[in-house]
Design a protein around this ligand. Structure first.
Ligand code: AMP
Ligand code: ZN
Length: 436
């Protein structure tokens, strides 16, 4: 499985991270079904330009210049930040994180192969892939009913066709680039698409099974990966393609370039844990867009707290609930129906026929896919902070004076803070507590 990784010039935003959580859910589902998964995720540390049409600046080099650092320092810093995000989101690490700059030789070799087969031409600023030479160029986008947007916003320049794209870009004559390499065509650097074609085949062979990424990759990046790889070898690049939908900010896609993005750190400042974000994503199918809202995130945090509370109140894992395990398996194997799987989980939690010990066993199993960290939630006594104690006391008072409306409101407040209230003959019992 090959997943297009981050361009390491800034922090990943939660839209980017949705793509990696979707891939993690796919990988965990395959592992749950006893497949072995070899998961490769590249790190783009050169060649991704600010414009998809092969114009503009290198994103990493530009960020380095702005921050007064070297491109290497920038790439190292944001790669580490990205890997920390993956860990916080409980995303299983890929088997390898190959870097574009460590695979220049392989990229040059692939371009040479394309040149030998007559798929390339040279302009004054680089070596280009001639898309008119490939009869089924753009077939992925056609299948997905997407328009080919490559190059649509830029001047044709010396390109022969609007969809042609750079394989190798020449260093500018008047300016030394931080990242440049010698090649048979001159000093320069690789185009963004060629790195994925070179690294996927190096680590996985061709064709490999699954290629994934965000939905925006269909019309340009993946279309061009397919063109290069298939032109070079005459074989399909991958057997299956899966793409995750966007996180939207209002009407628009969350994007670094639009400046409307939110990172995991911003979530933490709002007391939303990374796993609450994961919980939120589990409730929307990967092929559906998700509109960002703080209310939805808060509801996810409350839901996760509530889940932890309940798990904490259960006995040690006993015999599982086979009936629910089958339903869960059917849901995840139905095109990753995680929202369905979550509903099945809550259905089991609420089912009085099964003891807590059975529910714990089964939820631990589910969590191999969900990745919500349930195995860390042990049965235990809970400590209740002063502000919650005050709410409980107020609610006891409301109940005493038979003010059921107020008592209900207070219960909701207590639950939103992650505590579960139970009224027993011995008095109010707080059964469990949040954990994040
Ligand atoms: P980048 O670092 O820009 O190459 O993007 C990394 C991944 O995030 C790619 O798979 C993109 O398709 C994906 N992506 C970018 N923006 C969004 C968004 N708003 N929602 C979901 N995925 C996104
Ligand atoms: Zn890629």
């Amino acid at each position: 499985m090959y997943a297009c990784g981050p361009t390491v010039y800034n922090y990943a935003h939660i839209g980017n991270l949705r793509a990696y959580i979707f891939e993690d859910l796919l990988k965990r589902t395959l592992l749950y079904n006893n497949y072995k998964v070899n998961h490769i995720m590249n790190i783009t540390d050169v060649g991704h330009l600010t414009d998809d049409g092969d114009e503009g600046e290198d994103k990493v080099a530009k960020s380095a210049e702005l921050m007064g650092k070297t491109a290497k320092e920038i790439a190292k810093f944001y790669t580490a930040a990205f890997q920390k995000d993956l860990k916080n989101l409980n995303i299983l690490p890929p088997n390898k994180f190959p870097k574009a700059t460590d695979n220049i030789k392989e990229q040059i070799a692939l371009i040479k192969k394309l040149e030998t087969k007559g798929f390339t031409y040279k302009t004054s600023d680089g070596v280009y892939f001639d898309t008119s030479k490939l009869k089924d160029y753009g077939k992925l986008a056609q299948l997905a009913k997407q328009e080919l947007k490559a190059g649509a916003r830029v001047e044709m320049g010396q390109k022969k066709n609007i969809t042609d794209f750079a394989l190798w870009k020449f260093s500018p004559k008047d300016k030394k680039r931080q990242m440049e390499w010698k090649s048979p065509w001159g000093l320069g650097f690789p185009g963004w698409h060629i790195e994925c074609s070179a690294m996927s085949v190096k680590y996985l062979g061709q064709p490999f099974d699954i290629h994934c990424g965000g939905i925006d990759h269909i019309s340009v990046h993946h279309t061009n990966e397919i063109a290069q790889s298939e032109a070079a070898s005459g074989k399909p690049l991958a057997n299956f393609w899966l793409h995750g939908e966007f996180v939207l900010m209002g009407e628009d896609k969350m994007a670094k370039s639009a400046g409307n993005f939110i990172t995991l750190n911003t979530l933490k400042e709002h007391r939303i844990s990374p796993l609450a974000y994961r919980y939120l994503l589990l409730q929307t199918h990967y092929r559906k867009q998700l509109s960002f809202s703080w209310d939805a995130l808060q509801a996810a945090q409350n839901g996760l707290n509530h889940l932890y509370n309940i798990v904490k109140s259960w006995d040690k894992a006993g015999v599982g609930c086979a009936e629910y395990e089958q339903k869960f398996l059917d849901a995840i194997n139905n095109d990753l129906d995680l929202p369905g799987a979550m509903a099945i989980m809550w259905d089991l939690i609420k089912n009085p026929m099964y003891p807590g010990s059975s529910k714990r066993r089964t939820l631990l199993k589910f969590d191999k896919v969900l990745g919500l960290g349930l195995s860390k939630i042990k049965r235990g006594k809970i400590s209740v902070p002063a502000e919650i104690q005050t709410l409980i006391a107020e609610r006891d008072g409301a109940r005493f004076s038979k003010n059921w409306h107020k008592s209900d409101e207070l219960r909701k407040k207590i639950e939103a803070a992650g505590y579960t209230v139970e009224d027993t003959p011995e008095g109010t019992k707080i059964t469990s507590i949040s954990s994040s």
